[in-house]
Design a protein around this ligand. Structure first.
Ligand code: NAD
Length: 465
């Protein structure tokens, strides 16, 4: 029984149309979901299935995501306000790829044998935690749900997933697809609701064995406290970022302009890895900025359902206000607003792609995650200076380097404090490649074989000879 049956209206941010209502599960709903997931784990209905059958289930989910790609893409566009291009390329394809990869990776979940003194054979086993709680944000709802579900299931866990209250529908559809391919009942539970009610209840639940979170650094902090104050469940955190995209004068400038443009404005800048600090070597600064601005001014902002649209709506009025506040703070702290800065129209939450120049690295717009289409351009003179500016925030999610000097690229890549470094490219992802941050961008890795570390615990087994 759900608490007081409080309902949350879900809105299409681009139009204001109400898409439907979801129930805020609250603590009672979470209790029920966790109990069902626990039962499904304890009786082994999923983890004890022959591995070939488990591989087939995850593979089949990938097939169904591809089968339903058009519908899922549209649904993602409706609930997020993002463009069809982004919904398809970022969410739907990313989700299918994650299931495909973890179907195959399941065969690589292995322990090791260890030589020890004495007459013993020692080996380790990787075992599922049990019930995993997963909490995800609204910017890539389907993809990020898949990044949690696919590896957690591959490792044999049950999972209780809380989507963002703003974007619940594609995760719910994904749960339907899991049912359609024959995942045993109970293994996956979707709990809808607000962070403060449902999310908090999941994070504090003493029968949740592991928590995997993607979202803001502020919420990540609360989850560590929730774990500390409940059952000390291990927590993995994929948090925010303030990534530097660094352009040297010897770079292929055409490619770097493209990388700077999409590295910043994809998904309206609501990307954790957004290259929101563009560091440009002073000797090419003006020329580079001019070609970048030409491209920025050509971006089409509008109806996310139009194939030709480049930027859709921000997720909510609250997010738009937050971004506009940052724009005001950039101006008041002395940065030069050279492009954009305003809302477009009064329906939906569309913002002009915005560029500030002559940004001092220590001001708020260069330090804090804005999560909107606002680029700060910062000139630099030397490689050392670029490195200091790039590493000079509390975040460490990603960085980009544009140069044709491979020695410089190698030097920079090894010294940048970031979980991912892209050289002469930006925002590339693959389910085979681990993804996560350092510093206050979090810890633990999604994707890659490394994700198996996040969703398994290790048991050492000693056998006397
Ligand atoms: P958020 O932290 O506000 O919310 C994320 C999720 O946590 C939502 O489901 C929300 O309901 C829930 N939540 C909020 N408060 C909670 C609480 N007290 N207890 C439990 N759950 C709670 O973040 P957001 O605004 O939805 O998403 C944007 C943030 O996500 C940005 O900071 C972005 O950088 C980050 N993000 C990180 C990655 C990554 O992989 N590193 C990817 C995407 C987004």
């Amino acid at each position: 029984m759900i608490d007081s049956m409080s309902l949350i209206a879900v809105e299409n941010p681009a139009t204001g149309e109400i898409l439907g209502e979801i129930v805020d599960f609250g603590p009672t709903g979470v209790d029920e979901a966790v109990a069902a997931a626990r039962l499904a784990f304890d009786d082994g209905r999923w983890r004890n299935k022959p591995i070939s059958q488990r591989v087939a289930v995850l593979d089949a989910v990938a097939n169904l995501i591809e089968r339903d790609s058009e519908d899922l893409t549209l649904l993602e566009t409706l609930e997020t306000g993002k463009t069809l291009k982004d919904a398809c390329g970022g969410d739907v394809n990313g989700a299918a790829e994650a299931f495909r990869f973890f179907a195959a990776a399941m065969r690589n979940i292995a322990g090791r044998t260890i030589d020890v003194d004495g007459n013993f054979d020692v080996h380790t086993r990787r075992e599922p935690f049990g019930v995993v709680g997963a909490i995800v944000p609204w910017n890539y709802p389907l993809c990020l749900a898949a990044w949690k579900l696919a590896p957690a299931l591959a490792c044999g866990n049950s999972i209780v997933l809380k989507p963002s209250e703003l974007t619940p529908y594609t995760a719910m559809r994904l749960a339907d697809l899991l049912e359609e391919v024959g995942l045993p009942e109970g293994v996956v539970q979707i709990v809808n609701g607000y962070g403060a009610t449902t999310g908090e209840a999941l994070a504090r639940h003493s029968d949740v064995d592991k928590l995997s979170f993607t979202g803001s650094t502020a919420t990540g902090r609360k989850l560590l406290i929730a774990s500390a104050e409940s059952n000390l469940k291990p927590v993995s955190l994929e948090l925010g970022g303030k990534s530097a995209n660094i352009v040297f004068k010897d770079a292929n400038l055409k490619a770097a302009v493209r990388g700077a443009l999409w590295g910043m404005f994809a998904n309206q800048g609501q990307v954790c890895t957004a290259g929101s600090r563009l560091l440009v070597e002073a000797s090419i600064h003006d020329e580079f900025l001019e070609s970048l601005l030409r491209r920025v001014r050509a971006l089409r902002v509008g109806d996310p359902r139009e194939e030709s649209t480049d930027l859709g709506s921000l997720i909510s009025e609250r997010q738009m206000r937050r971004v506009l506040d940052y724009i005001a703070s950039g101006k008041s702290e002395g940065a030069t607003l050279i492009q954009g800065g305003k809302r477009i129209g009064d329906k939906g939450f569309f913002l002009e792609p915005t560029v500030f120049t002559q940004v001092q690295p220590n001001i708020r717009i260069a330090q804090e995650e804005i999560f909107g289409p606002v680029l700060s351009v910062i000139p630099f003179d030397t490689e050392q200076q670029a490195l200091e500016i790039a590493n000079g925030t509390s975040y460490g999610l990603a960085a980009g380097i544009w140069t044709n000097d491979s020695h410089r690229a190698a030097r920079m890549a090894s010294q940048l404090k970031a979980g991912t470094v892209w050289i002469n490219t930006y925002n590339e992802f693959d389910a085979a490649c681990p993804f996560g941050g350092v510093k206050q961008s979090g810890f633990g890795r999604d994707l890659g074989l490394e994700a198996i570390d996040q969703f398994t615990t290790i048991k050492s087994i000693w056998t006397a000879r």
